[in-house]
Design a protein around this ligand. Structure first.
Ligand SMILES: NC(=O)c1ccc[n+]([C@@H]2O[C@H](COP(=O)([O-])OP(=O)(O)OC[C@H]3O[C@@H](n4cnc5c(N)ncnc54)[C@H](O)[C@@H]3O)[C@@H](O)[C@H]2O)c1
Length: 431
């Protein structure tokens, strides 16, 4: 009997293709057997790539998940506000689930999914891909092995990058929280999850400041048209000129794929996107409302403190400084090493970041996290998982609550007590 694991895909956008491409390279073990995607180009691309029969191709997840269970696993890669319903439907059918983050757009939906998955005893793995990177697993192992004693404080930075901000959080899918989710959830639920994982205890209080200050109409250059291609007087010098960004051969491919909604865009597709979509608009005249800089302070059980800085105004990348009673760990995610200072010896050492499986340092999507999570997802399904990155949906959602609480603090100017906040959410579901 074949031991091949089969998968259905909900949402064949950028993330759906990243995960199913992993499967494509391991067809002797895994296979995509059905897809649901409303956009014809994306649907056909996925169908052809995986050779999926016509009767297993759907325009809407509702039709796919209305069918009897047809595979081992379901990968859900729809947009932020379309996660809860398909996940609840897939839980009901008993699929093993890989769910893109954020798990849901609000704390109540997060908890609803937790309760449903626990009742049906179904695994839902949220794509906190950073947990599966060689970088963060090495840091976690060093802390667990006592390299710096007890963790006391962490300074963590998520530099979004000025162009990434303009693409995703001004012009793109996540620019407006009314259509997607707040930026601290969307961009930093990874970071908050990682901080909780590294500290190893629960967050007790959280506080945040943040604002949209730069990408606003008040900063629009005089005479700038709504679309960059319509003769902008500062087009030559503006870093955010859309015509330059999306036609630049050095721009990331996924900028173009996202802007055109085509997996293999032509120059004509890009031209159309510049003329007809938000991706062609002036960054100072878009309908964005998410912050462009934010800070979060956290208190954890055991008197551990952490701070997170997220801002648009930089080149991009993450770095982390972890201070313990016996030493420090400092690292930039783009580097291939972690710097360890040991109080006992007074020595500073560079510890290489390597993939525990292949012994190599590799990057790739999200510092190796995209591959890492797929490996872990399938290993668990086969009963072979031995790592410490996988966590329950409950743990993921509790960590998401830190992001919702940070947003509440930012908007209300308060310090949020996490115990009270979690109780509030649980009561609102019961009530
Ligand atoms: N883990 C990470 O680091 C990471 C990185 C980027 C994005 N994401 C998350 O992944 C999710 C998807 O992001 P993306 O960039 O792939 O977006 P995308 O817009 O490229 O893909 C979403 C796809 O869902 C499809 N869809 C919409 N309605 C549907 C329906 N009823 N049935 C089936 N499919 C439907 C859309 O047509 C689209 O193709 C988002 O929630 C995003 O926040 C996670």
């Amino acid at each position: 009997m074949s031991n091949k694991k089969t998968v259905i895909l909900v949402g064949a956008g950028l993330r759906g293709v990243v995960y199913t491409n992993y499967i494509l390279k391991r067809q002797e073990d895994y296979q995509v057997v059905a897809v649901a995607e409303p956009l014809a180009d994306r649907r056909t691309f996925l169908q052809k790539t995986h050779n999926i029969p016509e009767d297993m191709v759907f325009e809407d997840w509702k039709d796919l998940l209305a069918k009897p269970k047809m595979a081992d696993a379901c990968i859900i890669c729809t947009m932020d506000r379309d996660h809860t319903e398909p996940t609840l439907a897939a839980i009901e059918k008993g699929y093993e689930i890989l769910l893109e983050k954020p798990a849901a757009e609000n704390p109540e939906d997060c908890m609803k999914m937790v309760l449903a998955s626990e009742e049906k005893n179904v695994n839902v793995l949220v794509c906190h891909v950073l947990r599966y990177t060689p970088f963060f697993t090495t840091l976690k192992n060093l802390i667990d092995d006592g390299a710096i004693g007890k963790v006391m404080q962490i300074r963590h930075t998520e530099d979004v990058g000025h162009l990434h901000q303009s693409h995703s959080f001004v012009r793109g899918n996540w620019g407006n929280s009314d259509e997607s989710t707040p930026m601290i959830l969307q961009k930093c639920c990874h970071d908050l999850d990682i901080l909780q994982w590294l500290v190893g205890t629960r967050c007790t209080r959280i506080q945040s400041f943040g604002k949209l200050s730069h990408f606003t109409k008040e900063n629009c250059p005089e005479g700038a048209p709504l679309r960059c291609i319509d003769g902008c007087p500062v087009g030559d010098t503006c870093y955010y000129n859309a015509a330059k960004i999306y036609n630049d051969p050095n721009s990331p491919e996924w900028f173009k794929t996202a802007a055109t909604k085509k997996h293999d865009p032509t120059p004509a597709d890009i031209d159309r996107a510049l003329r007809t979509t938000n991706y062609g608009k002036c960054v100072y005249q878009s309908n964005n409302n998410v912050v462009d800089h934010q800070v979060v302070n956290m208190e954890f059980e055991g008197d551990v403190y952490a701070s997170l800085s997220m801002a648009a105004f930089n080149q991009g990348g993450r770095d982390i400084y972890i201070m313990g009673t016996g030493g420090t760990l400092y690292a930039k995610m783009k580097d291939d090493h972690i710097t360890h200072f040991d109080f006992k010896t007074g020595e500073t050492k560079e510890i290489p970041v390597v993939n525990a499986i292949t012994g190599e340092h590799f990057h790739g999507g999200h510092g190796g996290g995209d591959i890492g999570i797929m490996q872990a997802f399938f290993e668990r399904m086969k009963g072979e998982y031995t790592g410490k990155s996988i966590c329950s949906l409950r743990q993921s959602c509790e960590n998401h609550l830190m992001a919702f609480a940070a947003e509440k603090s930012r908007l209300e100017g308060t310090v949020v007590d996490m115990n009270e906040y979690v109780a509030e959410v649980e009561n609102s579901i019961k009530g």
